[in-house]
Design a protein around this ligand. Structure first.
Ligand code: NAD
Ligand code: TYD
Length: 339
């Protein structure tokens, strides 16, 4: 693993992964390939722009010709695919782009992996493909029960990866991560929306009864887990990646408010998301057997995330003051208040 193509590397998890890899290893080149959608942000990569082992190419993973050019130009031997449309609520508004990028885009990258006989193709997957899990924990062998257009598109990507392993011997691995939090997360996902709204004394729009459960893990732990699977995971295998501990949204919300010293009266219940998955829960024993385990528990992950948003107001104010964000926020939340 010398020349790594990180697709979607200008997004939240991808940029954290780039920082991790360039800091941890001095014998690798990292090429970020990113379309720079609303979620792709060159500011996320500002700390590495002067690193001679870092390169950037703007492009769409659905564009086979440009993908091919980059594969050749940088002699790519490893692809780590973070590129995706990622927000469930947007997938309820406009599902088409999810199918295009998350399924067709994955296929284009797998074709490149096959043509150039690369050492590893790694797909960043999600626990959402298992659907809601009311009791017990999802194992990698469980059947997929997708319920949102986002999770269905991600499942399509995963299945295409497994097909390329079985049919063509492409050395594919997949990780299925739980909800990430930490630096550079676009403020549409719940934790950065709630932190930044609370800092501005704005309402925190909580869906339904707030008793839905998610396994919120720190992005640094997730990225370490991906690196572990890249180096030690077996081709053709799937690895769940999370803390293995779930928390209700209301508990997460109250902790954010407490850390920012803001009143709980800022919580604004709103109408629930259609098809809202009640609970995700992962069994992570397979990846733990490779020696990985998360370093942050829930409280530590939330605390360090709150601190980052407090210390980096310029980063998120630039996004939130933009026309794109404000139009999205209005479309997503207007008129949904209950009580
Ligand atoms: P993000 O939305 O912050 O970033 C996505 C990145 O992909 C952006 O930089 C965007 O510009 C780029 N992109 C989108 N479409 C593209 C295309 N067609 N071609 C090239 N680049 C494109 O997402 P994230 O939260 O960092 O998620 C990264 C990956 O991790 C996704 O595959 C997501 O499904 C998965 N995942 C996310 C979470 C989470 O909690 N955020 C949890 C588990 C898995
Ligand atoms: P989100 O960050 O969108 O991630 P996902 O739905 O992919 O898990 O949402 C996390 C949880 O927070 C989920 O149960 C939905 C809930 N939520 C709210 O209550 N209010 C919000 O404004 C958002 C965006 C999410």
């Amino acid at each position: 693993m010398k020349n790594i193509l990180v697709t979607g590397g200008a997004g939240f998890i991808g940029s954290n992964f780039v920082h991790l890899m360039l800091g941890k290893y001095d014998d690798i080149q990292v090429v970020v390939y990113d379309k720079l959608t609303y979620a792709g942000n060159p500011d996320n990569l500002a700390p590495v722009v002067d690193n001679p082992r870092y390169h950037f190419q703007q492009g769409d993973i659905c564009d086979a010709a440009t993908v091919d050019k980059v594969m050749q130009q940088y002699d790519i031997d490893t692809i780590v695919n973070f590129a995706a449309e990622t927000h469930v609520d947007r997938s309820l508004m406009e599902p088409g782009g999810f199918i295009q990028t998350d399924v067709y885009g994955t296929f284009v990258l797998l074709e490149a992996a096959k043509k150039y006989e690369i050492e590893r193709y790694h797909q960043i997957g999600t626990d959402e493909v298992y659907g809601e899990v009311i009791e017990g924990r999802s194992m990698e062998t469980d059947r997929l029960h997708t319920r949102s257009p986002y999770s269905a598109a991600k499942a399509g990507g995963d299945l295409m990866c497994l097909a390329y392993y079985t049919s063509f011997g492409v050395p594919v691995t997949i990780t299925r991560g739980s909800n990430n939090i930490g630096p550079y997360q676009y403020p549409e996902k719940v934790v950065p929306v709630f932190i930044t709204n609370a800092m501005d004394d704005q309402p925190l729009p909580l869906y339904g009864d707030g008793l839905q459960m998610r396994d919120y893990q720190h992005v640094a732990d997730h990225c370490e887990g991906i690196d572990t699977v890249l180096r030690q995971g077996q081709p053709g295998e799937i690895y769940n990646l999370g803390t293995g501990v779930e928390t209700t949204n209301i508990k997460m919300t109250k902790l954010i408010l407490k850390l920012l010293n803001k009143p709980e009266s800022l919580i604004q219940p709103i109408t629930d998301r259609p098809g809202h998955d009640r609970r995700y829960a992962l069994d992570c024993s397979k990846v733990r057997a490779l020696g990985w385990q998360s370093r942050h528990n829930f409280e530590q992950a939330i605390e360090s995330t709150v601190k980052w948003y407090v210390d980096n107001e310029d980063w998120w104010r630039k996004i939130k003051s933009g026309q794109h964000y404000q139009a999205y926020y209005e479309r997503q939340y207007a008129g949904r208040e209950i009580g």
